[in-house]
Design a binder for this molecule. Structure first.
Ligand code: CP
Length: 316
């Protein structure tokens, strides 16, 4: 059982992460049935506080909270008093006054979720839904869940699996959280990127680094393509998009080199034709739609554990 906040994948022990994945599996089995809704968080209020755009994360947290019968307030910076200059402190105190039990926050600044959790502005559980280029722990949890579902269903953890994370590692909170979580769960992680898209200090991470996708592609069980985050790039990190795509994009010829049971992942949103071809995104090896579906069950598990929900129907 996790308590307090979920700010980083590093907050979770291996057992806590595996328990969350098991709870998510149980919740998925229940909500895949005719009655999708459980009464476990009735009376709780969950606020989705989004200072940056989101499709998957915001909708899946909202769906997760509603499936657990919580009340949901969706709050985006656009259209709120934040656009008139209201501070994070005043916003947090407003949410406290409204009785928020949990705040799911996405923010463009690394550390924003921790800032909210560390202050006395609000007593709610804080869940990091992506802070700058820092972390996105629930994305890593849903990715681990999806890998386990496809490649290690009857195994305890992800030992023996080799995961390639390819592309814009430098700007990717998804990559950081996945490196922390997947290695904790026993997977071997290889980062593949041009040197310009790797962060300073990457050699201290518990990963292997390669600049050559073609020498790695046939050895992996999972290839996770990352979005090129053009909106965070003030400088030029590669010569042209065409050149990037040629060296680091997933295309048909690379797809053919993958092992028979290997899977293709992408956290979304995708730049089709840049880091991943349309054919690769829609191939039978692609589990990208499963990642989105699993996001709901995993986020249900996180909300359920942090808010101490009533016993699950059908649980032991
Ligand atoms: N993967 C992810 O965080 O997607 P959104 O930006 O659509 O939430």
């Amino acid at each position: 059982m996790i308590t307090g906040h979920l700010l980083s994948a590093a907050d979770l022990t291996k057992d806590e992460a595996l328990n969350l994945l098991a709870t998510a599996k149980e919740l998925a089995a229940i909500t895949d049935g005719p009655n999708k809704k459980l009464p476990t968080l009735r009376g709780k209020t969950i606020v989705n506080l989004f200072f940056e755009d989101s499709t998957r994360t915001r909708i899946s947290f909202e769906t997760a909270a509603k499936r657990l019968s919580a009340d949901v307030i969706n709050f985006s910076a656009k259209g709120s008093s934040i656009s008139k200059g209201e501070s994070l402190k005043d916003t947090a105190q407003t949410l406290q006054a409204m009785g928020a039990d949990a705040v799911v926050i996405r923010h463009g600044s690394s550390g924003a979720a921790k800032r909210l959790a560390d202050t006395q502005w609000i007593q709610a559980a804080v869940i990091n839904a992506g802070d700058g280029t820092h972390e996105h722990p629930t994305q890593a949890l849903l990715d681990a869940f999806t890998i386990k579902q496809h490649l290690a269903e009857n195994k305890k953890d992800l030992s023996g699996l080799r995961v390639l994370i390819v592309g814009d590692i430098l700007h990717s909170r998804v990559a950081r959280s996945n490196v922390l979580l997947l290695t904790k769960l026993g997977a071997e992680v290889v980062l593949v990127a041009p040197p310009t898209l790797l962060p300073v200090g990457v050699n201290d991470w518990a990963v292997t680094v390669s600049y050559d996708l073609d020498s790695e592609i046939e050895k992996c069980d999972v290839v996770m393509m990352l979005r090129i985050q053009l909106e965070r790039m003030a400088d030029s990190f590669f010569p042209t998009e065409r050149e990037y795509s040629r060296r680091y994009g997933l295309n048909n010829s690379r797809l053919m080199k993958l092992k028979k049971n290997a899977i293709v992942m992408h956290p979304g949103p995708m730049n089709r034709g840049l880091e991943i071809s349309a054919d690769s995104a829609d191939d039978l090896k692609s589990v990208i739609v499963d990642q989105v579906k699993n996001g709901v069950s995993v986020r249900m598990a996180v909300l359920y554990e942090l808010l101490g929900g009533a016993a699950l129907v059908g649980s032991k």
